[in-house]
Design a protein around this ligand. Structure first.
Ligand code: HEC
Length: 108
């Protein structure tokens, strides 16, 4: 590749990369985890976020974003008494929590 092409590629990366970091994809996190320690929510809460009674994972679809965010903050702070959720909540960044809360509140 020519130097100018490399420079164009580098310029494009510095513009695009922060845009991704600033707006994580809530559905992606829900289905596949955040790649940084948070397991896919769907593994326990179901791909449709309808919950899984056999492991005590409640339905999340349609909860308000505020309820989801405060539940995650509570888990991250050691409240709620569920070790898996505590671990997951601590692995999410604030932006990822916002994204996943927005995604879940958009479901029915
Ligand atoms: C290993 C299984 C597991 C994974 C993975 C998991 N959860 Fe949970 N989650 C649970 C269980 C079990 C509960 C119920 C905990 C309790 O009542 O103490 C719960 C509770 C919750 C609650 C509280 C709901 C309410 O009505 O009080 C929210 C919100 C939540 N999870 C969101 C998420 C999100 C978002 C993810 C993915 C980033 C996720 N969970 C991943 C098992 C899991």
């Amino acid at each position: 590749m020519k130097l100018t092409a490399w420079m164009a590629l580098f310029a494009a990366m510095t513009v695009i990369a922060p845009a991704f970091a600033d707006s994580p994809d809530g559905q992606q996190i829900f289905l596949h985890g955040n790649g940084a320690g948070a397991m896919p929510c769907a593994a326990c809460h179901g791909v449709d976020a309808d919950g899984n009674t056999s492991i005590g994972a409640p339905k999340l679809a349609g909860l308000s974003a505020g309820v989801i965010k405060s539940a995650l903050a509570n888990f991250a702070g050691g409240g709620g008494g569920n070790a898996s959720m505590q671990y997951v909540a601590q692995a999410l960044s604030p932006a990822e929590i916002d994204a996943v809360a927005a995604y879940l509140s958009s479901l029915k």
